[in-house]
Design a protein around this ligand. Structure first.
Ligand code: AHG
Ligand code: MN
Ligand code: MN
Length: 333
């Protein structure tokens, strides 16, 4: 059986599909290599002291795990010197990072959630990395926070890695969604699924039900209807899953359909949701749309949201199209 590696796939995207430039190919390869290094560290767990808290907090006031910090360093170091980037930003860094002057600079901006699902590290449940690539519109000028504040429609690539029973890399460069599995013996990413598609309908939903009392009426109405099952207005039973790692929940939806929601709620009125727009919601929305699904904040397409700040939060409803459209219509009613 002929195996297509990530490198071959990217060369193909560059040559035939003309979907990417050589610099973007390099960028994606470097990110994929960094994810491999993160996977190695994740796999060592307690044997190499990888579990537990780092003893620090990030800008969002969350306790950092050791693996949050290590994964962030791996991605930063891997991407700094290649000449393909103008700057980077991460969940774990208060402000953006400009490429130092000793290295050549490129036209891309890389944003990442180095370790998604941190609460699952110590309990040995799937975790991941999420990344988004934007093309800087600044003509070689210095990078500022404003350079990053582009809507999700400006992404030229997005992807995530899942560190689970197998290590996966799911990627889009705007020509569908493709999944690569890490061959651990060979150390290479092998294409194992092309053109992933999300079924338009589903019987599975994902939401943290413990927040129900804080939800806004449209989400409450939607979930109430699902819970009534066959006897209710939907006329069928629904199943529920919540991994609490967005990568794992989104990957399930890409594999067999479903709807994922982390809606805004009344707990902290000044925070429009928990998930971060630029390095969680945007890359996942790009992937989901490329797979035929939909992603909104209840009122508009997530990819159209104009970010006001780097760590902005957003309400997220994504997955099977017909369900996302239904919840969105309840918001607009
Ligand atoms: P992170 O670990 O990068 O901070 O992200 C965690 C996110 C996301 O992965 C997941 O869907 C959600 O938080 C889970 O939140 P709850 O613990 O509130 O369910
Ligand atoms: Mn996350
Ligand atoms: Mn994270």
């Amino acid at each position: 059986m002929r195996r297509t590696t990530l490198t071959q796939f990217l060369v193909e995207q560059q040559r035939s599909a003309r979907a990417i430039k050589p610099e973007l190919r390099l960028l994606i390869e470097v990110v994929a290599r960094a994810c491999k290094a993160i996977a190695v560290n994740v796999g060592k767990g307690a044997l190499a002291g990888m579990l537990g808290n780092a003893g620090t907090e990030n800008v969002q006031g969350e306790a950092q795990k050791k693996l949050d910090v290590i994964s962030n360093e791996i991605l930063m170091e891997a991407n700094e010197w290649g000449g393909h980037l103008a700057g980077m930003a991460s969940e774990e860094m208060e402000t953006f990072h400009e490429i130092p002057n000793r290295y050549p600079k490129g036209e891309y901006l890389l944003l990442f959630d180095p370790l998604d699902g941190s609460s699952n590290i110590d309990v040995n449940v799937s975790i991941g990395t999420i990344f988004s690539v934007l093309k800087s519109s600044d003509e070689l000028g210095p990078v500022t926070e404003k350079s990053f504040l582009l809507p999700g429609t400006s992404q030229v690539a997005a992807g995530y890695a899942v560190y689970g029973p197998t290590t996966l890399l799911v990627l889009t460069v705007g020509t569908g969604v493709h999944c690569f599995t890490l061959d651990r013996e060979m150390g290479s990413w092998v294409l194992t699924q092309s053109n992933m598609t999300i079924p338009e309908d589903t019987k599975e939903f994902a939401i943290n039900m413990s927040n129900m009392r804080h939800w806004e009426p449209p989400v409450k109405r939607y979930v109430d209807e699902l819970l009534q099952g066959k006897e209710g207005p939907r006329g069928k039973d629904f199943n529920m899953r919540w991994v609490a790692s967005m990568v794992a929940d989104v990957h399930r939806i890409l594999t067999r359909g479903g709807i994922f929601m982390y809606p805004r709620d009344k707990r902290e009125p000044d925070k429009p949701g928990k998930l971060r727009l630029m390095y969680e919601a945007n890359p996942m929305s790009f992937i989901v749309e490329q797979a035929g699904g939909a992603a909104t904040n209840g009122h508009q397409r997530i990819l159209d949201v104009r970010p006001g700040k780097l760590h902005e939060r957003v309400s997220v409803i994504l997955g099977s199209k017909n369900e996302v459209e239904r919840v969105t219509s309840y918001h607009l009613a």
